[in-house]
Ligand binder design. Structure first.
Ligand SMILES: *[C@@H]1O[C@H](CO)[C@@H](O)[C@H](O)[C@H]1NC(C)=O
Ligand SMILES: *[C@@H]1O[C@H](CO)[C@@H](O)[C@H](O)[C@H]1NC(C)=O
Ligand SMILES: *[C@@H]1O[C@H](CO)[C@@H](O)[C@H](O)[C@H]1NC(C)=O
Ligand SMILES: *[C@@H]1O[C@H](CO)[C@@H](O)[C@H](O)[C@H]1NC(C)=O
Length: 857
C-alpha cells in the first residue's frame, strides 16, 4: 500500500470544513489514473486519511457539491501489468467488507471500522453524453413582418424578425409569448442559467456581456472556461443564445436577454459520474436553472438513467441548491420518437426533479422527432413544419438558422423560467412545476392524444399539459402562493408468483404474461391505497407518481406497461418499442407519470403488463411498487427526501423492515439524435395518439371491464377506450395511405410514418451500416443522417450480439460501476449532426471509441 501526501488545500479543507474547499475541480488525468468516489460516514471510526491508506488511494478533493463524498485515485498499472478484469481498489474494498462480516460480527476490528466508515465506493468510468439537437437543413428566407414589434421595443438585432418563436406573424398563437413581459421590464435580470452542454462561446458579441465566468467550467478538458473547441461544439452556444442573447446589433434576442448564462462543458468527450454530478451542482447557490439538452441515446432501445451518484447530485441540488429552494433542472424529452423511443425510458427525463420539455413546431404541430411519455410536462417551440430556431452561433458575430429538436425546446422553457424567477425569486422547484401544469396552453384540441385527468385538465403524452406560454406563466407566477413542502409515500411491493430478482440477472418465479385471449391482455395486479396510509405519510395532495417494475422478458420492446388510477385515469408508462430487443426485461426500472397530478390517490391502482403475444418471446411479471409524491399536510412534520441505497433486488430488502401494511393483490382469472435532415421541414401532425398498436397486431382492446372485475367503472375510461378504438382505425388508415405514398415518395413516407412499421428490405442502406451501430461512436453515423433512420428500421433482426450490448441495468452502484469497466454503459450519440459543419467532425471525439465494449480487444 502506498501512502500519499495530502495536497495542502485538502489538509486545509479537512481541518476546517468541507465547504471551505470551494476552488475549481482539480484537473483529472484519466489516462494515467483510475478514479473512484467514496462516501465516508462522518461518524465512522476510521478517518478519511486512514481509509485512503487502506485502499491505497490518493485523496483528490470533495466530489463536487456532495458532502462526505470524496474523489480519490490510484495510478494505473503499466500497460503490461494491466489486467482489465481486476481492480485492486475494488478488490481491497470487497475483501475488507468480507472481513468485516455481513452481520458486522467479525472480530476483525480494522475491517469492521472500515466497513462502518465507508458507505459507498464506485469506480469512475468516462462515458459520453449525447446532445439532442437534430441535424437541420437549410431554411427558406423567413418573412420580416415582426418589424413592428422590433420598432416598439427598439430591437435592432438583425435576425429578430426571423425568430418566430418570439413573434410569429404567420401563426400568432404559436410563440413563446414573452414580448409583453419585456415591455413590463422583465428581462431576466439577476438570474443565472447554466448550460450543461458542449461549451459556450463567451467571445460572441451576442453573449459576452451576459456570460458568467465564475459559474462556468470545462469538465471535458478540466479548464476554467467552457471554450467550444471541437468543430461540432456549437450546441451549447446556440442554446445559450435562446436564453440570453443580448439586445444589440448581433443576430437575435434571447428570451431573458438581460439574464446571465454560465457554461458547463461535459458533452465534448466522455465524462465520469463524479464530473457529471459536479456539473449538475456547479455554482448551485448562484445558478438557478440547469439547461440540459442531452441524455442517453434516443435510439428506441436504450433504457438508462443517471447513476446513483448523479441522482444524489440532482437531489442535492433539489434539497440544497438556490438556498434550499431547489435547482431547476430542465431536460429535453429526446428526439427518438421516430424510433419509437419514449421519454419514460430515460431516467433523466422521467425523474420527478426535472421539468421535461417536448417540442411543438411553427404551426403548433407535433414534430415527428419529439418523444412522448407520461413524464412529459410541457412543450415549447422548436423546429418543424418548415421552420427552425434562429439563435446565436459560435463565433464572434454568428447566427445559427438551423437549430432545433427538443434540444431547442428546453432552453426556450429555461428562458421563460428565468423571467419568472426575476419576478418571483422565492419560487421553489415544485412551484415551477405547478405553474407549468396550471398555465400550459392547449394546442390542437382535436388531437386524439389528449385525455382528461381526474382534475378535469387535459393531458397528452405528446404535449404534456400543453404549450408553455411566457405571459400566462409569469402572470400566474406573480400571484402564486408557494406550495407546502414535499412528502412521499412508498408502498410495499406487490409480489407475484413468488418472484425474485437477485439484482444482477437472475429472475425466478413471477406470473407468466399470458397469450392474448378474448380481449383480455396481459397480467393485471392491483394495490389498494387507503386514506390512512396517506394520512400516516402527511399527505395533502398528489403530484408525481413513480411505478417500479420487475419484469423478465425475452424481448423488452414487446412489453407494454400501463397503470390505471382509482378514478379510471390511465397512464401508459411503456409502450411497444419495436427496436428494443434487450433480453433482460425490466430489472427494477422506475417509470414516472405526471398525469395523476392533483388526483385523490385513495383506492385501487391497477397495473397491467402485456406483451406482443409472440410465443417466441415470453415473459413473466414478478412484482411492482409505487411512490406517491405530493405536498405535505403539515409542513412542520416534513423532512427532506434522502436517496435510499441503490438496489435492484426483488423483493426490495427495505420492504422487510418497513412498517407499512402490504396492499392487496388481485389477479384476473386469465390473466439522442437519429434524425434525418428534415426535422425542420417535415410537417408535424396533430391527429395521432402517441401510442398506437403496431399495425401487425390486433387493435388493443384496452381495459374493457368485465363483469367480475369491473376495474374500470369510470366514464372517463370509456372515453379513453373510444379514443383507442378510433386511434386504432386512424393508425390502420394512416398505414394504408402511407404504404401507398411510400412507393411514390419513398423517403418522405418513411420519415412521416415514424410510428408504423415499414417494409424493411425496401429501404436503401448505405454500405457502412453496422448492425450494432447504435453503440458505436458517432463517427460512422455522422455521415448520412438519413441513413440512421433507415438503419434503425433495417436493424430489426435477431442480432444476438446487438441484444447483448443493450443489456444493462441503469448504471450506478458499485457493481454496475464495475460492469462498466468492460463495457461502456451509455451509447454514443448517433446524432448531433449538423449541416453547417463538415460531417466527419461530429462524433469523432477523440477517445470516445475506447470505451465501447469491443469483443476483440
Ligand atoms: C399572449 O400574451 C398576451 C398578453 O400579451 C395574452 O393576452 C395572450 O392571451 C397570450 N397568448 C396566448 C395564446 O395565450
Ligand atoms: C455567487 O454570488 C455571490 C454574490 O453575487 C458572489 O460573491 C460569489 O462569488 C458567487 N459564487 C460563485 C461560485 O459564483
Ligand atoms: C437463481 O436464483 C435461484 C433462487 O435464488 C437459485 O436457486 C439459482 O441457483 C440461481 N441461478 C443462477 C444461475 O444464479
Ligand atoms: C411461450 O408461452 C407459450 C404458452 O403461453 C408456450 O407455448 C411457448 O412454448 C412459450 N415459449 C417460450 C419460448 O417459452
Amino acid at each position: 500500500m502506498r501512502i500519499h501526501c495530502l495536497p495542502l488545500s485538502l489538509l486545509l479543507a479537512l481541518i476546517f470544513s468541507p465547504s471551505v474547499f470551494a476552488a475549481s475541480p482539480a484537473k483529472r488525468s484519466y489516462d494515467t489514473h483510475d478514479y473512484y468516489v467514496l462516501e465516508l460516514n462522518p461518524d465512522g471510526p476510521t478517518s478519511l486519511v486512514d481509509v485512503s491508506q487502506m485502499l491505497g488511494v490518493e485523496i483528490i478533493e470533495q466530489a463536487g457539491e456532495l458532502l462526505n463524498h470524496w474523489l480519490v485515485r490510484v495510478e494505473k498499472p503499466s500497460i503490461e501489468a494491466r489486467d482489465e478484469a481486476r481492480d485492486l481498489v475494488m478488490d481491497t474494498f470487497d475483501s475488507l467488507k468480507v472481513r468485516a462480516g455481513i452481520q458486522r460480527r467479525s472480530q476483525d476490528m480494522e475491517a469492521r471500522n472500515f466497513a462502518d466508515s465507508v458507505k459507498y465506493l464506485s469506480r469512475q468510468i468516462p462515458r459520453q453524453r449525447i446532445k439532442r439537437a437534430p441535424p437541420p437543413i437549410r431554411r427558406q428566407d423567413a418573412d420580416t413582418t415582426a418589424r413592428g414589434v422590433a420598432q416598439r421595443l427598439g430591437i435592432q438585432d438583425p435576425m429578430f424578425p426571423q425568430q418566430w418563436h418570439l413573434v410569429n406573424d404567420e401563426f400568432p398563437v404559436h410563440m413563446m409569448n414573452v414580448t409583453s413581459l419585456w415591455e413590463m421590464g422583465l428581462t431576466g435580470k439577476g438570474i443565472i442559467s447554466s448550460l450543461v452542454d458542449d461549451g459556450l462561446d463567451y467571445t460572441s458579441v451576442d453573449l459576452k456581456d451576459n456570460f458568467d465566468a465564475a459559474d462556468s467550467y470545462d469538465f471535458n478538458d478540466h479548464e476554467p472556461l467552457p471554450t467550444p473547441k471541437l468543430a461540432a461544439d456549437h450546441h451549447g452556444t446556440r442554446c445559450a443564445g435562446q436564453i440570453a442573447a443580448g439586445k444589440n446589433t448581433a443576430c437575435g434576442l434571447g428570451i431573458a436577454y438581460e439574464s446571465k448564462v454560465a457554461g458547463v462543458r461535459i458533452l465534448s468527450g466522455p465524462i465520469t459520474d463524479v464530473d457529471e454530478a459536479a456539473a449538475l451542482n456547479y455554482g448551485f447557490q448562484n445558478v438557478s436553472i440547469y439547461s440540459c439538452s442531452w441524455g442517453p441515446p434516443d435510439d428506441g432501445k436504450s433504457m438508462e438513467g443517471p447513476s446513483q451518484l448523479i441522482t444524489k447530485a440532482v437531489l442535492n441540488g433539489i434539497n440544497k441548491g438556490r438556498g434550499g429552494l431547489g435547482s431547476i433542472f430542465v431536460f429535453a424529452s429526446g428526439n427518438g420518437a421516430a424510433h419509437g423511443d419514449q421519454c419514460n425510458f430515460d431516467g433523466y427525463t422521467n425523474s420527478i426533479y426535472s421539468v421535461t420539455v417536448s417540442a411543438i413546431d411553427y404551426k403548433g404541430l407535433h414534430p415527428y422527432y419529439s418523444e412522448p411519455c407520461a413524464a412529459n410536462m410541457i412543450v415549447a417551440y422548436s423546429s418543424g413544419s418548415g421552420q427552425h430556431i434562429v439563435t446565436t452561433d459560435k463565433g464572434i458575430n454568428e447566427c445559427a438558422t438551423s437549430h432545433g429538436g427538443t434540444s431547442a425546446a428546453a432552453p426556450n422553457a429555461v428562458g421563460v423560467f428565468a423571467l419568472a424567477l426575476e419576478a418571483r425569486p422565492d419560487l421553489t422547484w415544485r412551484d415551477i412545476q405547478y405553474l407549468c401544469i396550471k398555465t400550459a396552453r392547449i394546442v390542437n384540441p382535436e388531437d386524439p392524444d389528449w385525455e382528461y385527468t381526474a382534475t378535469g385538465q387535459l393531458y397528452s403524452y405528446k404535449y404534456g399539459f400543453g404549450a408553455l406560454d411566457g405571459w400566462r406563466f409569469i402572470t400566474a407566477a406573480k400571484e402564486w402562493t408557494p406550495v407546502k413542502p414535499q412528502t412521499w409515500f412508498k408502498t410495499h411491493s406487490i409480489r407475484l408468483g413468488d418472484g425474485t430478482f437477485d439484482g444482477e440477472s437472475n429472475y425466478t418465479g413471477g406470473v407468466p404474461i399470458p397469450q392474448q385471449a378474448e380481449g383480455e391482455r396481459g397480467v393485471k395486479s392491483t394495490m389498494t391505497i387507503t386514506q390512512d396510509m396517506m394520512t400516516a405519510h402527511n399527505f395533502e395532495s398528489l403530484e408525481h407518481i413513480n411505478i417500479r417494475v420487475w419484469i423478465k422478458h425475452a424481448r423488452r420492446g414487446d412489453v407494454e406497461v400501463e397503470i390505471v388510477s382509482p378514478k379510471g385515469i390511465k397512464s401508459i408508462l411503456g409502450a411497444h418499442r419495436i427496436k428494443d430487443m434487450d433480453r433482460n426485461g425490466y430489472p427494477g426500472w422506475t417509470f414516472m407519470s405526471v398525469k395523476h397530478w392533483g388526483e385523490n390517490p385513495v383506492g385501487d391502482w391497477t397495473i397491467r403488463v402485456s406483451d406482443q403475444n409472440n410465443p417466441e418471446f415470453n415473459g413473466t411479471f414478478l412484482g411492482w411498487n409505487m411512490i406517491f409524491w405530493g405536498s405535505a399536510a403539515d409542513p412542520a412534520q416534513s423532512k427532506l427526501y434522502e436517496l435510499p441505497e441503490e438496489s435492484f433486488v426483488f423483493p426490495p430488502p427495505e420492504d422487510a423492515t418497513s412498517p407499512d401494511t402490504p396492499s392487496t393483490t388481485r389477479l384476473p382469472t386469465r390473466p439522442t439524435d437519429h434524425l434525418p435532415g428534415d426535422h425542420g421541414t417535415t410537417e408535424g401532425e396533430n391527429s395521432k395518439p402517441a401510442f398506437s398498436s403496431p399495425p401487425t397486431s390486433t387493435p388493443m382492446p384496452t381495459s374493457t371491464p368485465t363483469a367480475d372485475e369491473g376495474y374500470f367503472p369510470d366514464l372517463s375510461n370509456l372515453t379513453s377506450n373510444k379514443k383507442w378504438f378510433f386511434g386504432a382505425i386512424a393508425a390502420v388508415a394512416l398505414f394504408g395511405i402511407g404504404a401507398a405514398a411510400f412507393f411514390w415518395y419513398r423517403r418522405r413516407a418513411l420519415r412521416r410514418l415514424a410510428y408504423s412499421s415499414l417494409p424493411e428490405d425496401d429501404v436503401p442502406m448505405t454500405s457502412n451500416v453496422q448492425s450494432s451501430g447504435m453503440m458505436n461512436g458517432g463517427a460512422s453515423r455522422a455521415r448520412g443522417t438519413t441513413r440512421e433512420l433507415y438503419d434503425a428500421f433495417g436493424e430489426v433482426s435477431d442480432d444476438d450480439d446487438d441484444a447483448n450490448e443493450e443489456t444493462r441495468l441503469h448504471p450506478g452502484g458499485r457493481d454496475s460501476a464495475r460492469r462498466e469497466v468492460g463495457g461502456n454503459e451509455l451509447g454514443f450519440h448517433s446524432g448531433f449532426l449538423d449541416d453547417d459543419e463538415p460531417p466527419s467532425v461530429a462524433g469523432s471525439t477523440p477517445g470516445v471509441a475506447h470505451y465501447r465494449d469491443e469483443p476483440d480487444s
